[in-house]
Design a protein. Sequence first.
Length: 292
Amino acid sequence: MRTVQNAQSLITTQAATVEGFKWQAQKKLELGKSFYDLATKFRQKGGNIRRIGDLERDPDLYQFAVMSCSLSEKSRKHIDSVSQLKIIAAQWDFKKLADDSYCDELLARFYLTAGDSLGGQMRNEIGKRAARLFTKVIIEELLDKNIKYKVKEISNGKIQMIEWDHRALLFDKKPSFYTNSIDFALLAWTGNTSLDSSDAKQYVACGELKGGIDPAGADEHWKTAKGALERIRVYFQNAQGKSPAVYFVGAAIEAAMANEIFAELTGGRLTAAANLNNAEQVKELVSNLISH
């Protein structure tokens, strides 16, 4: 790659790391407000709760109650409402709700679960932000090349597919023939056929996109991505004797992993790689990707 002449060029700059942390701090404040509002409402009205029926009549207080019992939003999907009420009844002493110290204890339990939930929400937001940045460059590149395209979004505004002349770029796709989800995959087909994500022969490129900016987790993200790309290479090589082109885009790239990524590039095991914070690198990778 012209924009990746050495391992050093892949390393995330201090300025990019600082900007990433600033965005994360602001996003955490935005997402955390809903939890703070629940806690505030409980602090205002908790002393008026006398029985479990009082919780059932107020969705906010009910949500506070289940979270104070260590039930996350995900776990609640696997437990029916009757069982949830039994858990609350077993863990709450309704006779003590007039006691400020007991309410403080429930608040502390609530914030433990809220912290876990906020962490999960932040991981989703980080992934969505990376996808937005990446797809923005893809669309700009298609426009620059005067290529007509269509975008398919899912309900939350996240792009699911970008399609153009017998090509489709799918995001977070788990093919029916493969055991894992692929961050992004480019499919190509001839004029005599149509898009078929269950046809392994249509997969011409696959890639991993890691948007986390924290240097502490950078190496783990690369190991996860490297393992995923290796599984893709092995699967397609065994299934049809040919591996698709493979790509890696990451926001947090430290020195040690930059050396590994550059070795993968020079060794031909990676088709292209880019630091998500480096516009020129992402542009070159995208240009290579959509050329298939």
